[in-house]
Design a protein around this ligand. Structure first.
Ligand SMILES: Cc1cc2nc3c(=O)[nH]c(=O)nc-3n(C[C@H](O)[C@H](O)[C@H](O)COP(=O)(O)OP(=O)(O)OC[C@H]3O[C@@H](n4cnc5c(N)ncnc54)[C@H](O)[C@@H]3O)c2cc1C
Length: 438
């Protein structure tokens, strides 16, 4: 089976551009035999390979990554390791679902934190918590208040923050109110992803710049790459949205392009005018219409805004230029005291969603397991799905596997072009009806 749509790295990722250069692991240049193949060096694949290595210390694991770890979606995101569902619901059954979700997310945060400490990964891993912000009273009433009510029902700590306190804490008068929750961790995602890749256990061979261009399941799993091959009896597929080309989860994934910009660091005078002492992160009460923002430890401001339907998993240079201009305009409107501060980096990345929000997790064939489709919250969900896919594949009895399975499986999409038309129509409708939250 040929794998034709491969990830591309346009070298725009701001999070990695601000780090010292990293030496990627060598590409595969020979034929290899292993006990396990893991495909994809994002949070899911890195967690799966590490967990397999721990579960089976005598066995050889090969992890192949098409590009470089840290340059993929895992390294391009906004850097929120989120412990709560974005929205919760009030029925008892769904609150039970929220508890399962939080168990999974918190296990992922604990796992990442352990690796960050163990290997001294310098990624600004900081438990800042986050603000979930509404721009208007209408947004606060319809989205924040139900969120707060349900945090209450879940017994989760939170704080309602009004416009004046937000102005002081965030340096912008743009928001009506927010719900602050303390459990979210913020970091530089490229530094985290690269650090996880650079600290793989000894029985993991990581090959970067090694795209899988074909796969054969006739006798175990045989993957071919441009200059080599790997054969193994078993595989964990963690290539996220690209994974649908490997024969599993066909017509289940919606691909979305997300865009982000990062300013240069504020200088002393700008920081004084800004007047904000502590780094912060804010997610929008409405995920379609709103903007994710951060003030980082090194005094940069992140704007993550606009979602495009992108079934081809490509974004044009022209679209990226439009995004850079749009983000600067939004930045100036929110931070009028900082209009001299430019966007130093603008980039895009792809997330993989399913119609019903379920992950692509679990056994797909007698010798293939999958950990993909994190529905936009991949730092925690990617990590835990990779880890649990490895436990499942090794026959482990981790009780979190049942929590993961309870999230369901992706629903089937209509054929193209209906899926793309439907996704674009839904996006346009959500943007229109939530335009007050922009
Ligand atoms: C701009 C943006 C902001 C986001 N913000 C957040 C956030 O703040 N918090 C959060 O939790 N989530 C966020 N997300 C989502 C999150 O980044 C993803 O859900 C997560 O990275 C998915 O992890 P993954 O390991 O499943 O997939 P990926 O990181 O996509 O990893 C899959 C890997 O497979 C590799 N691959 C694909 N095909 C092949 C092949 N043929 N051969 C070899 N390798 C292959 C790819 O190169 C890639 O490295 C954001 C995403 C974007 C784009």
């Amino acid at each position: 089976m040929k794998i034709e749509r491969l990830p591309e790295n346009d070298a725009t990722n701001g999070w990695s551009r601000i780090l010292p250069d990293r030496q990627a692991k060598p590409a595969l240049d020979r034929d290899f035999v292993a006990d396990w193949i893991v495909i994809g060096g994002g949070y899911a694949g890195l967690a799966a390979a590490r967990r397999l290595a721990g579960n089976r210390p005598e066995e050889k694991i090969v992890l192949v990554e098409a590009g470089q770890c840290g340059e993929n979606a895992s390294g391009r995101n906004s850097g929120f390791a989120i412990d709560l569902p974005h929205t919760v619901s009030s029925s008892l059954g769904e609150l039970d679902g929220s508890h399962r979700y939080m168990r999974l997310a918190r296990a992922a945060i604990a796992e990442i934190e352990m690796r960050v400490r163990e290997h001294g990964i310098a990624c600004d891993w900081t438990k800042n918590g986050k603000y979930h912000g509404a721009v208007t009273a209408k947004g606060a009433d319809s989205m924040l208040q139900p969120f707060a009510n349900e945090l209450e029902a879940l017994g989760e700590p939170y704080r309602w923050v009004d416009a004046e306190e937000l102005r002081v804490k965030l340096g912008t008068a743009h928001f009506h109110s927010a719900v602050y929750t303390p459990g979210c961790v913020l970091m530089n995602p490229a530094a985290l992803t690269a650090g996880l890749a650079d600290s793989m256990p000894e029985n993991v061979d990581l090959f970067e710049n090694t795209p899988v261009i074909s796969v054969d399941y006739a006798n175990g799993v045989d993957i071919t790459t441009p200059a080599g091959s790997v054969r193994a009896p078993r595989m964990i597929l963690a290539a996220n949205g690209f994974g649908e080309q490997f024969g599993f989860m066909r017509r289940k994934f919606v691909h979305l392009g997300l865009h982000a910009s990062l300013t240069r660091p504020l200088n002393e005078a700008e920081q004084k005018a800004f007047g904000v002492a502590e780094p912060w992160g804010l997610t929008p009460a409405n995920g379609f219409g709103g903007i994710t923002m951060r003030y980082t430890n090194d005094r940069r401001i992140l704007i993550r805004q606009q979602i495009d339907v992108a079934f081809g998993q490509r974004v044009s240079k022209q679209r990226l230029r439009q995004m850079a201009l749009q983000h600067k305009k939004l930045f100036d409107a929110r931070f009028p005291m900082l209009t001299d501060v430019g966007m130093e980096h603008t980039w895009s990345g792809f997330i993989c969603m399913s119609l019903n929000g379920a992950p692509a997790f679990g056994q797909q064939a007698s010798n293939v397991w999958m950990a993909a489709c994190q529905n936009g919250i991949g730092v925690t969900k990617g990590t835990i799905s990779g880890l649990l896919a490895a436990d499942l594949a090794c026959g482990g009895d981790n009780p979190l596997i049942a929590d993961m399975q309870s999230l369901g499986t992706p629903a089937t999409l209509p054929p193209q072009p209906l899926s793309a038309i439907g996704a674009r129509a839904r996006m346009a409708w959500e943007l229109w009806r939530n335009r007050h939250e922009a």
